[in-house]
Design a protein around this ligand. Structure first.
Ligand code: HEM
Length: 515
């Protein structure tokens, strides 16, 4: 008994000390969070604060990545008109902005004063390195190196790739329709097609991913899904928790697959000799004659795959959906493309054709407004930012610039939930208003791939209309043609986006496929 006591007593003392340290630590953390919370709330009191759950939890759990979440955003924009202040417990304090006059001064700030900071960027870092998220000098050097790779002269060369990748997808659709499968989920097909063309453009690498599964391509898709899942679970925002979870472990495993240094040594070589990379490697050296290191090439490749494929796929799918819903606009676009093709032998969109698709381009822009692929971008600033109405965003504060909110703001757009391509008539002032239409963000940190994306959109949409008539499909999960939007990293649809396809010119297309 005495022996037992003598052993237990140091254990007991040790346990007590641990509990004491733990509870003191907890009290300190709670105190720091509370003081920080009160401090931020005071500084942001110039912004309206929508109703909270409680003074401490704030709007935690109120941001929903569902159809209802988007409708809630519509209400927020209607009520608060330009901006408001949200906080997610004592952890995150956000200024949400959704009016061009508020968005513009923030997006146009020089890159040297801008920090890309927010809920998602940190989760991308292990995959993308610092390209998308890096700040100031690191970013500006890379942006300088990359910009010429997106010049018109380079983009021109990609037109053939966009044509051929679309043809592979369309041939597949024809085969499925011939088997009686006329109701198809668009994201599955279009995402593979955008990945296929991106791999061909950036790596000169023919993955054949539209026809047979590719480990690399599946890994990219999985990483996108994992980043989206992580965003929705606030506990997973802390690295020390996330890396211990199953999802965190899966993320690490999947990263190894896209690692050019291990699995994809051949991909690295492709990237180095690919069209884009020839420019990056040989022509483009910075002032000190430095090119990109191996790590930078890896990060660059990952960034293109992440930033370029899902965004463009989302834009294409929603555009096709909008045309399926509005038959007369679909017919008008098809007529425009057919007029262009008259007298030609094949069905190939050329670079010179792109400026001769004015109505189709108006529809694409309207679709990018209504179904904005990227919902929001976030920023913080190295100094206080003064906005209209003498409101100040303190330095270091996270600003969530809502592209969706700006595109759906009824002060800016009449009947914002209607698909009306005539908003983008060249003479229409509404769409010309500065920062009313920002699908690719704006300012120094805008999308470097916007011309690439617009070109791909024009080619894919024009060819799809030449070959298929589209009508709304039936979503098997919902058992109807109802569509519920799903705002993830890009805008998707719950249970997928289903369309009915009716091939046009069947004979001609079959003949081409046989060849
Ligand atoms: C419709 C298609 C696309 C949309 C809607 C879109 C949208 C955007 C937006 C909103 C941003 C700003 C992100 C932020 O500030 O956090 C961005 C950045 C970026 N995008 Fe895109 N994007 C598209 C296609 C592409 C393509 C095809 C590529 C490459 C091939 C690309 C490469 C990038 C890169 C590298 C950045 C980071 C730019 C920087 O920080 O300097 N994007 N994109």
């Amino acid at each position: 008994m005495a022996l037992q006591h003598s052993v237990l007593s140091p254990v007991f003392t040790c346990l007590c000390s641990l509990m004491y340290i733990f509870s003191t630590g907890l009290v300190v953390v709670v105190a720091v969070l509370t003081v920080r919370h009160i401090w931020y709330s005071r500084r942001l009191s110039c912004f309206s604060k929508p109703q909270t759950r409680s003074w401490l939890l704030g709007h935690l759990g109120k941001i929903r990545n569902t159809e209802e979440g988007l409708q809630q955003m519509d209400d927020l924009v209607k009520t608060y008109k330009h901006s408001c202040f949200w906080f997610l417990g004592p952890f995150y304090h956000l200024v949400r902005l959704f009016h061009p006059d508020y968005v513009k001064p923030l997006l146009m700030v020089p890159a040297s004063m801008t920090v890309k900071k927010g809920l998602i960027y940190n989760h991308l870092q292990p995959w993308l390195g610092d390209v998308l998220i890096s700040n100031s000098e690191v970013w500006s050097r890379k942006r300088r190196l990359l910009t010429p790779a997106f010049h018109f002269d380079v983009l021109k060369n990609y037109i053939t790739i966009f044509n051929s990748s679309s043809k592979i997808m369309h041939d597949k659709w024809c085969r499925l329709v011939a088997e009686g499968k006329t109701n198809l989920e668009m994201f599955d097909h279009v995402s593979l097609m955008t990945l296929d063309s991106l791999l061909k453009c950036a790596f000169s690498y023919d993955s054949n991913c539209q026809e047979s599964p590719s480990e690399y391509v599946s890994a990219i898709v999985q990483l996108c899904d994992l980043v989206a899942q992580r965003q929705h679970n606030i506990l997973h925002h802390w690295d020390w928790i996330y890396w211990k979870t199953q999802q965190g472990k899966l993320f690490k495993q999947t990263l190894n697959i896209v690692d050019l240094k291990s699995e994809g040594e051949h991909l690295k070589m492709y990237f180095i000799f690919g069209t884009l990379s020839v420019l990056l490697m040989s022509v483009l050296k910075d002032e000190d004659g430095r090119g990109l290191t191996d790590e930078e090439i890896q990060a660059e490749a990952n960034t293109f795959m992440f930033a370029g494929h899902d965004t463009t796929a989302s834009a294409i799918c929603w555009m096709l959906y909008n045309l399926a819903r509005h038959e007369h606009y679909q017919e008008k676009c098809r007529q425009e493309v057919m007029d262009l093709m008259e007298g030609r032998d094949g069905q190939e969109i050329k670079w010179e054709d792109l400026s001769n698709l004015p109505f189709t381009t108006m529809c694409i822009k309207e679709s990018l407004r209504l179904h904005t692929p990227v919902q929001a971008v976030s920023r913080s600033y190295t100094q206080d930012m003064v906005l209209p109405g003498n409101r100040t965003v303190p330095a270091g504060e996270i600003c969530l610039v809502s592209i969706y909110g700006t595109h759906h703001n009824p002060i800016v757009w009449t009947n914002p939930n209607e698909f009306d391509p005539h908003r983008f008539d060249p003479g229409n002032k509404m769409s010309q208003a500065s920062h009313a239409f920002i699908p690719f963000s704006s300012g120094p940190r805008n999308c470097i791939g916007q011309k690439f994306a617009m070109t791909e959109l024009q080619v894919v949409v024009a060819l799809t209309l030449l070959r298929f008539r589209l009508t709304p499909g039936v979503n098997p999960e919902l058992g109807s043609s109802r569509v519920r939007r799903l705002p993830q990293i890009v805008l998707r649809a719950e249970g997928g986006l289903w369309l009915q396809l009716e091939p046009l010119n069947t004979l001609r297309l079959n003949k081409q496929s046989e060849e």
